[in-house]
Design a binder for this molecule. Structure first.
Ligand code: F6P
Length: 321
C-alpha cells in the first residue's frame, strides 16, 4: 500500500482535527502518501481529493470542528453513489482509507470495503459515545465538559430565582452525555432514551425536593418523553411549586477546543488506524478499551451500542435526595 485517504463524516466532534493530524503524520512517518477527502462521502463522490503533507495539519490539534469538513450523504447510501465514490478513489490512486465518524460513517465504510475490496479502518468520532468497542469516542469528553459548564451557569440563575430548569442535551439514541453531566452538575433527575420516562416518578422526585432552592432535570434529546419542552409542559401542569424554564443546549456541545483527553485519544486512534491499514486490516474500528488500543469489526460496532451503566442512574437518585 502506497497511498491512503482520510475523511470525516457525520456529526463533527471536537478532536477530529487531532485525529486527522495523527493520520497524516503517522502516514508520512511510515512512508505512505496521504490524501485528504473533503466533506465526507459527498466529497468522495465529487472527487474532492487532494494531497496532504505534514504541514497541512500544523496548528490544528487544538481546533474544534473538522478541517476536512463533514456531511451526511444520501447518495452514498445507494450502490450507484458508492460506485461513483470508488471510481474517484481509483482515479486518485487511493489504496486504503481511514474513516473518522460514528455508526453511520462505519455502515457506509463497511459497504464500500465489501463491495469494492478497498481496505477501510475507522476511528470513532462522535460526541455521543454510543459506539460498541470503545470506552470513549473522540469528542465525547469535550462535549461533556461544555455541557457541564453550561449547566453550572444555569444552576446559578436557577438558584437565584428558585426555578426549575429542564436542560436538553444532545444524544438522539444515547444518554451518555445526559447521565454523566447530570451527575457532574448535581441534577435532580436524568431522562435518557435507554430508560422509559415516567412523569409520575419525575413529579414524585420534585415533590420530595420541594424544599430545594432550585432543581435541574437533564433530558437527552432522544428521550421517549418527547423532548424537554414537552416534558416541561406536562410537569408544569401538575407541579406548580416552581417557575419553570427550558434550555436546549444544542450544537454548542459539538464545538470548541478539544480537551486534553480527547486530543490524546484522537492522536492515539489516528496513528493506530494507519498502523492497522499497514498491517493489512480492514472493516474494523479502532477503539480504546481500558487504556489499550483494541479493534472491533464494523459489523459489531454498527450492530451493538455501548451499554449505559445502570448504577449511574441509581447514583443520580442517591445524590439528589
Ligand atoms: O451524532 C452526533 C449528534 O450530535 C447527535 O447527538 C445529534 O442528535 C445529531 O448529531 C444532530 O445532527 P445534526 O447536526 O445533523 O442535526
Amino acid at each position: 500500500m502506497k497511498r491512503i485517504g482520510v475523511f470525516t463524516s457525520g456529526g463533527d466532534a471536537p478532536g477530529m482535527n487531532a485525529c486527522i493530524r495523527a493520520v497524516v503524520r503517522a502516514s508520512i512517518y511510515n512512508d505512505l502518501e496521504i490524501y485528504g477527502i473533503n466533506s465526507g462521502y459527498t466529497g468522495m463522490i465529487r472527487g474532492d481529493i487532494f494531497p496532504m503533507d505534514a504541514r497541512s495539519v500544523s496548528n490544528t490539534v487544538q481546533r474544534g470542528g473538522t478541517i476536512l469538513k463533514s456531511s451526511r450523504s444520501d447518495e452514498f447510501r445507494t450502490p450507484e453513489g458508492r460506485k461513483k465514490a470508488f471510481k474517484q478513489l481509483q482515479k486518485a490512486g487511493i489504496e486504503g482509507l481511514v474513516a473518522i465518524g460514528g455508526d453511520g460513517t462505519f455502515a457506509g465504510a463497511r459497504a464500500l470495503a465489501s463491495e469494492f475490496r478497498i481496505p477501510v479502518v475507522g476511528a470513532p468520532g462522535t460526541i455521543d459515545n454510543d459506539l460498541y468497542g470503545t470506552d470513549y469516542t473522540i469528542g465525547y469528553d469535550t462535549a461533556l465538559n461544555t455541557a457541564m459548564a453550561a449547566i453550572d451557569k444555569i444552576r446559578d440563575t436557577a438558584d437565584s430565582h428558585s426555578r426549575l430548569f429542564f436542560v436538553e442535551v444532545m444524544g438522539r439514541d444515547a444518554g451518555f452525555i445526559a447521565l454523566n453531566t447530570g451527575i457532574a452538575s448535581g441534577a435532580e433527575a436524568v431522562l435518557i432514551p435507554e430508560q422509559e420516562t415516567s412523569l409520575e416518578e419525575v413529579i414524585g422526585k420534585l415533590e420530595k425536593g420541594r424544599h430545594k432552592t432550585s432543581s435541574i432535570i437533564i433530558v437527552a434529546e432522544g428521550d421517549d418523553g418527547g423532548g424537554a419542552y414537552e416534558i416541561a409542559r406536562k410537569v408544569e401542569e401538575k407541579f406548580t411549586h416552581y417557575d419553570t424554564r427550558v434550555v436546549i443546549l444544542g450544537h454548542i456541545q459539538r464545538g470548541g477546543s478539544p480537551t486534553c483527553l480527547d486530543r490524546v485519544l484522537a492522536s492515539r486512534m489516528g496513528s493506530a488506524a494507519v498502523e492497522a491499514l499497514q498491517e493489512g486490516m480492514s472493516n474494523i474500528m479502532v477503539g480504546m478499551v481500558n487504556g489499550e488500543i483494541k479493534y472491533t469489526s464494523f459489523d459489531k460496532a454498527c450492530k451493538y451500542h455501548q451499554e449505559i451503566n445502570r448504577n449511574l442512574l441509581n447514583l443520580v437518585d442517591v445524590l439528589s435526595v
